[in-house]
Write a protein that binds this ligand. Structure first.
Ligand code: NAD
Length: 368
């Protein structure tokens, strides 16, 4: 789903780009196929910029640019903090995936990816699936998230759900003194690809699950197939008397309206860009005694999975690397506990930026 907040309307294209410090932003246009896309290459200090392609019917070009800038910057942090030798990038294709996505458009997009010379590696995201990536692959080698029969890891959602589950356990350890989730009440917002796998981990561990979804039929199907899950309303989810809130749908659900309503002691979910404004809402959660597990850290499982494809996909190895997310999340909570005035998102960004700065300094030392 689009993690979309409206773009600042009065800014020029360059003014919109400037605060994010991108290496390059590529506008792709093709009349014949109707392709309109933007590739955001945020940072390649640690390696090629890897990040999925999202197809979404944006309200404006400015919204699409805003989305790709935020998402590609998030990928830089996600790769860095996960210890992967990757930079951060992302692409958006403007248009309705249900009506405008054609094999020719995807192949044309693949040609634009190829032109980036390997500085950008793509994968699937909202509106784009593994079969689409197979089409893109016809024009470029710089693709991950391929189907298993093409040597890929297939759907990355199970690994994303696993790292989200581990991040949630780290939050529980801080809030409740134990990371066991048996008997804990968890509200899962969004029962899509990741949400369902997360629910399965939670039920296996003996948690009580409440779930919401924008699509009533999807929610009904998930509740029907998983005894122990209670369906709740879209807005009701913020007021529930639960221990843990797991945002697994859209971004920006942690905002001025929702945070004061939350009764959970832990927030840990897979959605990207959960904090509407990280500078205000990160501290707001901490001030309320809520342990917020940084989104780009605990949803890194999907990236870990596609990274594995670059070296010959190994599912067991991807899950083993995913295990590190528990300790990383716990370390951030401990750091914040020892340093007042900071909050988990800020600490996570700092760790990610430090690793990039060290790598940049090492590269410059070699060149000097
Ligand atoms: P998805 O599209 O399969 O599922 C999202 C679900 O959220 C859908 O069922 C949708 O109906 C529901 N939804 C939308 N608005 C809602 C609302 N207001 N309240 C409740 N439900 C709502 O997506 P996904 O692949 O499961 O990803 C979920 C989130 O995690 C997204 O933000 C995505 O960017 C992020 N993410 C996913 C992965 C991955 O591996 N799939 C990796 C990293 C981050």
């Amino acid at each position: 789903m689009a993690d979309l907040q409206p773009a600042p309307t009065t800014l020029s294209v360059f003014d919109q780009i400037e605060p994010y410090h991108h290496e390059s932003v590529v506008f792709c246009h093709d009349e014949e196929t109707g392709l309109r896309a933007i590739i955001g290459i945020h940072n390649t200090v640690l390696g090629p910029a890897l990040g999925g392609t999202r197809m979404w019917h944006y309200a404006s070009d400015a919204d699409a640019l805003h989305d790709v800038l935020r998402l590609s910057r998030g990928m830089t942090y996600k790769a860095s903090i996960s210890g992967l030798n990757l930079g951060g990038g992302k692409a958006v294709i403007l248009g309705d995936a249900k009506t405008m996505k054609t094999p020719a458009l995807l192949r044309r997009f693949g040609q634009f990816v190829e032109r980036q010379g390997g500085t950008y590696i793509t994968a699937e995201d909202v509106g784009v699936n593994t079969a689409d990536m197979a089409e893109v692959r016809r024009q470029t080698r710089h693709v991950t998230g391929l189907p298993g029969e093409m040597g890929g890891g297939g759907d990355p959602s199970p690994v994303t759900a696993y790292t989200t589950f581990l991040g949630m356990k780290a939050g529980a350890k801080m809030a409740f003194g134990s990371d066991a989730l048996a008997g804990r009440k968890v509200a899962v917002q969004g029962v899509g690809h990741v949400g369902v796998h997360l629910i399965e981990h939670l039920l296996e561990e003996g948690a009580t699950v409440y779930a919401s979804d924008y699509y009533a039929d999807r929610l009904k199907a998930v509740v029907g197939a998983h005894p122990g899950v209670t369906a709740v309303g879209l807005d009701e989810i913020y007021d529930l008397d639960v221990d843990i809130y797991a945002p697994c749908a859209l971004g920006a659900t942690l905002n001025d309206d929702t945070i004061p309503r939350l009764r959970a002691a832990v927030v840990a979910g897979c959605a990207n860009n959960q904090l509407a404004d990280e500078h205000r809402h990160g501290p707001m959660l901490t001030e309320r005694g809520i342990y917020y597990a940084p989104d780009f850290l605990i949803n890194a499982g999907g990236l870990i999975n596609v990274y594995s494809e670059l070296h010959g996909y190994d599912r067991a190895q991807a899950f083993a690397q995913a295990e590190t997310i528990y300790d990383k999340t716990l370390n951030i909570f401990h750091y914040c506990a020892a340093h007042s005035g900071t909050h988990p998102q800020q600490a996570a960004i700092q760790i990610a930026e430090n690793r990039i700065a060290e790598a940049r300094a090492a590269k410059e030392a070699v060149l000097a």
